[in-house]
Design a protein around this ligand. Structure first.
Ligand SMILES: [Zn+2]
Length: 539
């Protein structure tokens, strides 16, 4: 913002580059006043968009204090009555917290939802349009997170054209959706507001904290060329992917690759340690306890539990031992969001009973029920404790241990195999992707361990498993990880394995399905490395 003074001179002579067919129904320039009704504390401050403005200089913006009753209120009369409309604004948020409304005409009290354009807790944008005043999940458009960083100006716009919703940042489209139910509700009793919303996301007002400027609501689907700007374009939005990583995989020979692995492994474990201190098995004994045996087809299953790394919570799991004479190879079987030790044994379903299949295929299997945590990587210490348990069992051949998991379980598979060399093979199902790909659709942000996004592309983490055998299951229609990005990620991982002279030890199973376990390639792949017979154990 250092060139304010000279900029004011430039915009005085600037020619307006945009024309409008329609007068906006709301246009707040916040030049020392507001057209709407100021509620609570809205100050006018001289922090403005350095590159924005109109024919007149832009000297002031509006500072919203983030209190529940603060807004510019237009009452219940001012309405968007057609589904061709645009809401544009310059925004600079003070800090990322909960949902915060840029502008909205929306109240969940008495089914009075019309539309809302809000910042999400993860730093993305969301545009809701209701056809009938009630909530329609299929009408919600939400971008990935980390697009709007605190302390920076952006131009944001939500545009509805017919039944299509679009969101733009600095003139670039970042999200689009054809709404499930067309139309826009205009009989609502909510108040059209800037910097707040009557009642949103179940808990009442969602005030804006930070600056807003040049807020314009138009009854027309505007194009980026129609958004407010000067001769100078807005800087391109950087998006959530770092321009440069701290520790990317760039090695071209094995020696450098191994050195990178050691450094990267240390760093990743430090990042986890910063969130969740690790306790040694001496300080917090594993205390693995096994309950009464349950006979199954080809194996015995035991309810079991062990003391978690935190020393407070015990973690339940299933522990299975094949019929016959051991020691046996072993598999760690990991569930995803909303899953449990039962889910991975259940068939049919998301997991296609893969834990049961390995158990019947001659593997000792251990399958925990893990809680959901803010950062899923903080389960790492408990994952390593599971490997400790397997290693300590006389039923297990400790040289033949592997890991497999779906979704968040795929991520846990990546973390555990990356950090624990005792695991000799891994199947990462429904997780591997580039950082760009993970951010390209709304995913649970529990993967964003602080420091990880900056450290390396998330698919590089898989390279810590090299040269050990590694299979990815990447289904073609996985809504969580678009296939384009899993293919790009696999190409990167494959190139890395080539540096280890191990290109034949990494594979990707692509098949036409959604977010689920496949197994078709995985069972023979694991059998070949660990010596079980899951592939022929039958459905
Ligand atoms: Zn999660």
């Amino acid at each position: 913002m250092k060139c304010h003074a000279c900029f004011a001179l430039v915009v005085v002579v600037a020619i307006s580059p945009w024309t409008m067919a329609e007068e906006p129904i709301v246009f707040e320039r916040f030049e020392n006043s507001a057209v709407g009704n100021r509620q609570g504390r809205v100050d006018f401050v001289e922090d403005v968009v350095g590159w924005g403005g109109l024919q007149e200089p832009n000297r002031w913006s509006a500072a919203f204090d983030g209190q529940l009753d603060t807004s510019i209120d237009y009452g219940a009369e001012k309405r968007v009555k057609r589904s061709g409309c645009s809401v544009g604004a310059f925004v600079k948020v003070s800090e990322r917290s909960g949902y915060a409304a840029i502008a909205a005409d929306w109240s969940e009290d008495g089914e009075n939802r019309s539309w809302a354009f809000v910042l999400t807790p993860r730093g993305g944008l969301r545009f809701d349009v209701s056809p009938d005043g009630s909530f329609q999940g299929g009408n919600k458009l939400e971008t990935a997170g980390r697009l709007i960083e605190p302390g920076r100006w952006y131009h944001v716009a939500a545009v509805s054209q017919g039944s299509t919703s679009r969101i733009f940042i600095n003139g670039k489209q970042v999200a689009e959706r054809i709404r499930a139910v067309p139309g826009i509700f205009s009989d609502d009793q909510a108040h059209l507001k800037i910097g707040n919303v009557d009642h949103y996301a179940t808990t009442g007002p969602r005030p804006w904290q930070g600056l807003l400027d040049e807020v314009r609501i138009t009854l027309q689907a505007l194009k980026p060329a129609d958004f407010i700007r000067t001769q100078q374009a807005m800087p391109p939005s950087l998006g959530p992917v770092p321009e440069r990583f701290v520790m990317p995989f760039t090695a071209t020979d094995q020696k450098d690759a191994i050195a990178w692995q050691q450094q990267a492994r240390r760093r990743l474990m430090q990042l986890v340690e910063q969130q969740q201190p690790r306790n040694s098995a001496k300080d917090v004994p594993l205390d693995f306890q096994i309950g009464a045996p349950q006979p199954k087809e080809g194996y015995t299953r035991y309810p079991a539990s062990f003391q978690g790394n935190d020393g407070k919570n015990r973690i339940e799991c299933w522990f299975t031992v094949p019929e016959g004479k051991g020691p046996f190879p072993a598999m760690l079987a990991l569930h995803g969001h909303g899953g449990s030790r039962d889910a991975v044994f259940g068939s049919p379903g998301l997991y296609n009973g893969f834990a049961d299949r390995f158990a019947r295929g001659g593997y000792v299997v251990i399958a925990p029920s893990f809680p959901h945590r803010e950062y899923c990587a903080t389960m790492l210490w408990d994952l390593l404790r599971l490997v400790d348990i397997l290693e300590s069992r006389t039923e297990v051949d400790a040289d033949r241990m592997g890991v497999a998991g779906l979704s968040m379980g795929g991520e846990w598979t990546m973390w555990s195999a990356a950090c624990d060399l005792r695991l000799k093979a891994a199947v990462v199902s429904g997780w591997m992707c580039t950082t760009e790909g993970v951010f390209s659709v709304p995913n649970c942000e529990c993967w964003e361990l602080p420091g990880l996004v900056e450290l390396m592309d998330v698919c590089d983490v898989e390279l810590l498993i090299a040269p050990r055998p590694l299979l990815f299951e990447s289904s073609e229609y996985d809504p969580c990880f678009p296939i384009k990005f899993t293919r790009q990620g696999f190409a990167r991982v494959q190139a890395g394995y080539r540096v280890f002279d191990a290109a034949d030890r990494v594979a990707q199973d692509v098949w036409p399905a959604g977010h689920q376990w496949h197994g078709k390639v995985a069972y023979p792949f694991i059998d070949k490395v660990l010596g079980g017979h899951a592939a022929t154990a039958g459905e």
